[in-house]
Design a protein around this ligand. Structure first.
Ligand code: SF4
Length: 455
């Protein structure tokens, strides 16, 4: 790499969808010959990819912009908070450019204006799977942008627009490139994975000589042809989710569904503007388990939504006890600027919300603990993420990176395990979140893993 290549610092905040945007911008920067540097001092310009989902994310994004302004002074802002450009300009009038999510063109134009590219095609090499911010062995695969729903607590559609799906062949080609580049696990992300392709009227595309519809099930069938785990995130609870469960039972994709139910009271779901057929949802969860007994169902819930009565909250606890979900995340409702739920009557006092959140977590903690305990004595296929102090830290099929538990393989180093390797682990113990065990058989090692360091 030439010493005179212009240098860009990069700060990436927010959810996996924002991370994919960061990866695209970083890839384009590298294609054009920019160096990505890990400090404000050495950067000619800094790009901050922001998040604007909830108040704390807005504050974190504004802090990150402020830090980059103080430490460097030449700052390009993009991402979800970029939709609120007046707010950013009010705090930091001297930022070079402000753009919204997926606006790669504006970011690149601002970088060009600040520091022109200096590309040397002989030495500026970019792997053909692009620049990734995740470890080499797993990658987020973004299949669509935006959302056609209008959940009353959410402002994502106003920031990211209506659903826009990527053609199925394009997604499958990207997945294939990633797997060739060493990725062992593909994490399918979007705002609403089950709606994939609706906007394209499920138009077919050709991949490896075969036709696939731009539709969740067909996409899963294609991904199932690759030699990697496929994990589905953000699946909206529609009836046609049932169609992908047999693919899980056949081992084509991971038996894992991240499906945000948000609540279990039909009235609250209606106020949230989400589907409200709770009995059918329960029936479906139970049926999925019959078709695919190993399925892990992860969900998120909001407690203390405006107008939630004690009886409706009790209904939610009842749902948890019956559904016996494997993994659950919960939030006390907090208003998001611009969301229609802010105008609902009967907003609950903070103490009530927090008290309900604590009760909710207590009920779920018991369920999750029993689920983990039931795994002691079983053998689980795991993917190694890190080797630390002789122990290999891995994840089983039931564990998505960052949000679920870990499997600590006590004899990891002794067994010669490497990052990005699949290994069968005999589970010997558990705590509240994680499993512990010993490697009993591992596949042939693959190449070394790496992390791209960002600021
Ligand atoms: S489905 Fe998700 S992204 Fe779409 S409006 Fe509802 S919460 Fe927001």
């Amino acid at each position: 790499m030439s010493k005179t290549n212009p240098k860009v610092g990069f700060v990436s905040l927010g959810c996996p969808k924002a991370l994919v945007d960061s990866e695209r911008i970083l890839t384009q920067l590298r294609v054009e010959g920019y160096n990505i540097v890990p400090s404000y001092d050495s950067a000619d310009v800094v790009v901050v990819n922001t998040c604007g989902f909830i108040e704390s994310a807005v504050a974190e994004s504004l802090d990150a912009i402020g830090e980059a302004m103080n430490e460097n002074g030449k700052v390009i802002v993009t991402g979800c908070l970029g939709k609120k450009s007046e707010m950013i300009r009010e705090h930091y009038p001297n930022v070079l450019s402000v753009s919204g999510p997926q606006d790669y063109t504006t970011v690149m134009e601002a970088v060009h204006a600040a520091i022109p590219p200096k590309h040397d095609p002989f030495i500026d090499l970019v792997p053909d799977y692009g620049i990734k911010l995740t470890p080499r062995h797993y990658a987020y695969l973004k299949i669509s942008e935006g959302c056609n729903h209008r959940c009353s607590f959410c402002i994502i559609p106003s920031m990211r627009g209506d659903l826009m799906s990527r053609p199925v062949d394009e997604v499958l080609r990207e997945a294939e490139r990633l797997v060739k580049g060493g990725v062992r696990e593909l994490l399918v992300v979007s705002q609403d994975t089950s709606a994939y392709g609706v906007d394209r009227k499920y138009a077919p595309g050709t991949w490896r000589g075969k036709e696939y519809a731009t539709r969740m099930k067909a996409l899963c069938e294609g991904l199932g042809e690759l030699d990697a785990w496929t994990r589905l995130h953000y699946v909206y609870p529609y009836p046609h989710v049932d169609d992908v469960v047999p693919l899980m039972a056949e081992g084509k994709i991971l038996p894992y569904l991240d499906i945000p139910f948000q609540h279990a009271s039909p009235r609250i779901l209606k106020l949230m503007k989400r589907p409200g057929a709770v009995d059918k949802t329960l029936e479906r969860v139970l049926r999925w388990r019959q078709i695919c007994p190993d399925i892990t169902v992860r969900s998120t819930f909001i407690v203390g939504f405006p107008g939630e009565t004690e009886a409706e909250f009790e209904d939610l606890l009842g749902f948890l006890k019956t559904a016996q979900l494997d993994r659950v995340g919960a939030f006390a409702y907090s208003p998001v600027e611009g969301a229609t739920a802010n105008a609902l009557p009967d907003q609950l006092p903070e103490e009530v919300k927090q008290e309900r959140l604590a009760r909710f977590m207590e009920v779920q903690a018991e369920i999750s603990a029993a689920k983990l305990e039931a795994k002691v004595g079983t053998v689980q296929q795991c993917l190694v993420d890190v080797i630390e102090d002789g122990i290999a830290v891995a994840r089983s099929k039931a564990d998505a990176p960052e949000i679920d538990g870990l499997v600590h393989i006590q004899n990891g180093e002794q067994a010669g395990l490497r990052v990005g390797q699949f290994v069968d682990v005999e589970i010997t113990d558990c705590d509240e979140h994680d499993l512990f065990g010993d490697a009993i058989a591992a596949e042939e090692p693959t190449g070394p893993a790496f992390n791209l360091k960002v600021l």
